[in-house]
Ligand binder design. Structure first.
Ligand code: HMG
Ligand code: MG
Length: 303
């Protein structure tokens, strides 16, 4: 048992929003059997996760790995006290999700023109025509809606993303009634000062979450900056797997185990059992046929 050493200005508790089954798996070329996906989700709940982003109701041709969304949700045993949000881009996706009685969805917008076209086949402006009816109908049906903004720091085609552009897209999404806005560093290029500046530009961190990919090894440093700026929800992916099929330079997310190692050391509560998380990542690494990129998983699975 490590003795925690705290730091000034950190929250006592952090919600880890687990994206492994969705962001983690969506980039895997070999299709993972639906039984294994259901086991993955069950293991995550068993490790103490309270929010597990389970799958996507996107076009199956766009993300073939998640084409089994219906079958998976039907298999997942939804535990009381655990949320199982799913990604939904449009009304067709919402219809599919509502048929499975989901109680939380996530819409995903782009902060840049090029990624809106590549990921959603829409422009920066017309992406909202797609989201508005989704959010309105979901809220009317009693379904909570999270929103993502991608490419918040830079975009591989357009370079650095101006902060006011991110804030404008984000505030429009919050204005639709989304309860949370996750700021995505899709290609993992952010650095801590940039994170602080973006969060401060929103005026309040209250409804913000952060979503860091670890391409340049900055995800933990960026997370610490976000926590010090008042954010209390952090997205992470089991074992650091993942990426976005429509942004080639995107690698895996911040690994859940790396995050929990840091937060345990700081004495910040997550309710997560690091040993069980590592067991799950080692199980998953065997299934995917390659070691987890997480340093903590590598260190703790050696013994
Ligand atoms: P589109 O081609 O413009 O779709 O794609 P459309 O509205 O023109 O419809 C064309 C046909 O697709 C129609 O069928 C629709 O019914 C069908 P038809 O009438 O011709 O027979 N269709 C669907 N079928 C099933 N489910 C659906 C659906 N929608 C339409 N939901 C669309 C637009 C948004 C659908 C497409 O671009 C898409 O699926 N994109 C998703 C891409 C994706 O999943 N990317 C990865 C997730 S985002 C991410 O990873 C970033 C994040 O992690 C944060 C970060 O890191 O920054 C969240
Ligand atoms: Mg992502």
């Amino acid at each position: 048992m490590r003795r925690p050493y705290g730091l000034e200005g950190l929250p006592h508790q952090v919600t880890v929003y687990e994206v492994g089954p969705r962001d983690g798996l969506q980039n895997e070329a070999a299709v993972v059997p639906v039984e294994a996906k259901a086991e993955f989700v069950a293991r995550l709940a068993g490790a103490g996760h309270k929010v597990i982003e389970t799958t996507s109701f996107v076009h199956p041709k766009w993300v073939p790995q998640l084409a089994d969304a219906e079958e998976l949700l039907a298999r997942v045993e939804r535990r009381p006290g655990v949320r199982y949000p799913v990604l939904v881009p449009n009304e067709r996706g919402l219809d599919r999700a509502l048929a499975l009685e989901v109680d939380e969805i996530a819409v995903f917008a782009s902060a840049t023109e090029t990624f809106a076209a590549k990921n959603l086949n829409r422009s920066l402006e017309t992406q909202f025509d797609m989201f508005e009816p989704v959010v309105a109908r979901a809220l009317a049906a009693g379904v909570r809606v999270r929103a993502y903004v991608s490419m918040c720091f830079a975009d591989p085609w357009e370079g650095p993303t101006p902060i006011p552009q991110v804030v404008e897209v984000g505030e429009r999404l919050l204005g639709l009634g989304c309860h949370e806005l996750s700021l995505g560093d899709t290609i993992g290029v952010a650095t801590p000062g940039h994170v602080t500046a973006l969060i401060e530009a929103f005026g309040s961190p209250d409804r913000l979450a952060v979503h860091f990919h670890d391409t340049y090894g900055q995800a933990l440093g960026n997370t610490l900056a976000a926590l010090q700026a008042g954010v209390t929800t952090v997205d992470a992916s089991t074992g650091g797997i993942g990426g976005c099929p429509y942004a080639e330079s995107a690698t895996g997310n911040l690994a859940t185990e790396d995050l929990v190692w840091m937060l345990d050391g700081l004495g910040v509560e997550t309710g997560l059992d690091l040993g069980k998380l590592v067991e799950t990542s080692t199980w998953l690494a065997r299934l995917l046929g390659r070691p987890s990129p997480s340093r903590v998983v590598q260190a703790l699975s050696k013994g």
